[in-house]
Design a binder for this molecule. Sequence first.
Ligand code: SF4
Ligand code: SF4
Length: 363
Amino acid sequence: MNRVDPKFKDKLKPYGISDWNECFHCGNCTAICSHSEDSLLMPRNGIRAIQLGLKDKIHNNVDPWLCYYCGDCSEECPRNANPGELMMALRRYLTTVYDWTGVSRIFYTSRTVMIAAFLIVAAAVVGIGAMYSFQLEPIMEFGHLFEKIAIISVAAFILLPNIIRMFRLTLIKQKIKVPLSTLLSGIADLVINMFTQKKTLDCKENRVRWFEHFILVLGYLLLLATTVFLNWFGTDNIYIIIFGYVVGAITFIVTFDFIIRRIRKKAEISKFSHLSDWMFVVWLFLMGLSTFLIRVFIDIGIIQDHLWLYLVHLIILAQWAVIIVPFGKWMHFLYRSFAIYIAEMKKKALSLKQQNQVTTITA
Ligand code: SF4
Ligand code: SF4
């Protein structure tokens, strides 16, 4: 049963939208949305649930993740209700619903706490620098170890439990029974969707945006692999060095373009930027740029005199790893891919149920 929470709309304000009543349900947005189907009236279903205060319906549904924020619906809306951004706000909110620690909710609802967290992490890195008497080699060794520990810890203690929680809310709690063979058969598609986000291509005129996102995801993952597993800052292998330069450059050039678009606000998708959107692109840009510069400084032999650059990089990296990845917009990358998988599993479970009913009636 869906309980009504009359204050639900107010609780959503920190996530980017304050007025959910502009929509009068003309249906234009659903008609234009290329991801909308008979069983999935996007984005109107979600807006209706918010207006009625149907909190559980929002929690149990993956629909907001199936929106790729092309902005077509916002352009067509006669009430300027901005349905595309409403979906985005719901995704921010759902990020906090899946997070078992409750930390993302605190960060989304209090800028003061979030800024304090960024400052604490920065101070901790400077403290570690002092602990090693501001000697470059031991600090770099620490940084390299930190990257590995952060990846394993965040994956084990935040990402995995949150994904399980998402499954519990959207599939298990709904008592939707999906055979194990069906669950397994969807895994290949899950991985393909995660790394290609190919469903973005269903939105009209989205090819350039899809390509930029695709090479950014590729550049980011390869940069991570090059620095963490191939020890880019410590290697003498020329191929690894050149490879690192290429993927580092891709990361900061593409994110720089994203930042410029958000500043210009020309496209529908870039008109509204929540603090979490800014932090995601700016930190990704700073990570790509600082990683690139450190290797340049190593190659021209001046890194020993510029320890500050490595410390700045370590601060950005630590803030990214312990704040933005586990509790911020980075998680959208995972949740969207799993949402597509869950939506597909729900469809298959429904189809199997209908087939069984037909068989029973015929028998
Ligand atoms: S969001 Fe706008 S286009 Fe969509 S149903 Fe509401 S009023 Fe119509
Ligand atoms: S932003 Fe695009 S994908 Fe999202 S609901 Fe609107 S039309 Fe559909």
